[in-house]
Design a protein around this ligand. Sequence first.
Ligand code: GUN
Length: 298
Amino acid sequence: MTDATAPKLIDGRELAQAVRDEVRAAINDWTDEGHRPPFLSAVLVGDNAASEAYVRGKEKDAAEVGIDTNTHHLDADTSQSALLDLVHNLNADPSVDGLLVQLPLPDHIDEQTVIDAVDPSKDVDGFHPENLGRLLRGTPRYIPATPYGIMEMLSRSNVDTEGMDAVVVGRSNIVGKPLANLLLRRTANATVTVCHSRTRDLAAHTRRADLLVAAAGQAAFIDGDMVTEGAVVIDVGINRVEDASTERGYRLVGDVDFDDVRPKAARITPVPGGVGLMTRAMLLKNTLQAARLRAEGS
Ligand code: GUN
């Protein structure tokens, strides 16, 4: 349950900084033991502006904590077989600990085939079926960074999910499905409902939520009427909406109508400055784990 004296805003900047500080300290210990710094390889296909911004953010965070990175930028018309060749080379490269292919990929490339090609021991995104299976079974190796970050935000904000009615809006393989599994674990013990675009009377479900997670990918999708008084609200959305008053011509908003929902929520994450930063921080944690796995030879 929630602590009524806690600040209303769950501050992703502060929490992500704490995670980065811990990862940096752990990497210092790791290199003091004589290991080389962890190495993360990212592959970016095409020129999707949001993907480029995400990858730049990941590089910046990695540099801060002492993770070496190399991003392979491929043209939008790169063939699937050329991309798979690169993935196979990075799988075989012993200097690469963690490997991720930024999504979405261009339409002529089958995402599942590419995800399946990543060596599961290097799959710091946790998207490979072996890693998703391990998560489902309750023996995770890599937890996908966004759901991992959300669980970390809840625990670091002293939100106890035991017995909570958790409603997750969105059923993606990257967020909704793995998060539902994490909330179900005996370490979290929430009762989980997963809603989606075909859910009948969505608001009837969201209004029952003690913990509401919005991962629908639609700006201001959740308004105040859909939220019960005292709910904990986690906004996973990062949507660009046109805004001529800004230098870039757009601003970032979440899936939650923040101003409308904030008065009712016990705790709420902002966008920007919320889940997105934690996602980046948890990728760093996974990359350190990848380096440890590699050193153990597993
Ligand atoms: N696209 C949106 N989120 C992610 C992510 O966490 N990892 C990768 N590789 N691509 C994404």
